[in-house]
Design a protein around this ligand. Structure first.
Ligand code: GTP
Ligand code: MG
Length: 218
């Protein structure tokens, strides 16, 4: 999928503040500092679109971006940031869980997991909650540039095995690195495959039109 246009369409800390969910939506969630905003910048090809910081807890609001005027991408605040007050954590849980449970256009949640770490309670717990809510989600292992191929595969396999032991089967699994530009094509192809047929049909007829034009006189 080619990213032609990206524009912010709003940010929110409550359901009421969310922009109208009128397009297929794809949300990115995960522990604070796991690389959500970096991955969104990689996917959109806009390095300054989502704010990145080496300090955890940078993204505090839910940020919505419209892509190619066809689908929406959502950068969610990270969970598990120790230096956030208990009441603020509860507030986060409230609005992020309300958002995830109520958006009818939400096609897929990408749960980002740091590939450098062994399975973390917080990530497994979040996956368990998504599963209990019957929400479709995929695992995205981030920062793959930071470790060797065999360690990466080892950590990935361990995480998937722990999920399987809990009876959880994510829709898909991706490996990516915002730093090395890895995983972009796979994620965009997956998202493209989940967009409604109308969008794809429109694309097909454009291609045909181009071919017909090039074909010349008849
Ligand atoms: P919060 O908004 O605080 O929840 O964080 P986030 O999940 O949006 O993470 P963010 O994208 O801000 O990245 C956190 C840190 O990890 C930054 O210092 C990034 O430069 C770094 N980082 C993100 N992705 C990668 C990656 O693929 N490889 C490496 N080496 N570093 C990365
Ligand atoms: Mg962020």
């Amino acid at each position: 999928m080619k990213i032609e246009t990206v524009r912010p369409i709003g940010s929110a800390t409550s359901l009421d503040e969310c922009p109208a969910g009128e397009r297929p939506e794809f949300a990115f969630v995960g522990r604070s500092n796991v690389g959500k905003s970096s991955l969104i910048n990689l996917l959109t090809g806009r390095s300054g679109m989502a704010h990145i910081s080496s300090k955890p807890g940078k993204t505090r609001r839910m940020h919505f971006y419209r892509i190619n005027e066809i689908w929406d991408l959502v950068d969610l605040p990270g969970y598990g940031y120790a230096r956030v007050s208990k009441s603020e954590k509860m507030r986060f849980n409230e609005y992020v869980s309300a958002y995830l449970q109520s958006r009818v256009g939400l096609k897929q949640i990408f749960l980002l997991v740091d590939s450098q770490l062994p399975p973390q309670e917080g990530d497994l717990g979040f996956a368990h909650w998504l599963d209990q809510c019957n929400l479709p989600f995929s695992i995205v292992l981030t920062k793959s540039d930071k470790l060797s191929g065999s360690r990466l595969e080892g950590n990935a396999a361990l995480f998937m095995r722990e999920l399987a032991e809990l009876g959880i089967e994510p829709v898909s699994r991706f490996v990516c690195s915002a730093k090395a530009g890895l995983g972009r094509a796979e994620l965009l192809a997956f998202i493209g495959g989940m967009l409604p047929a109308k969008t794809k049909k429109r694309k097909a007829s454009t291609v045909q039109l181009g071919w017909m034009k090039r074909g010349g006189s008849s």
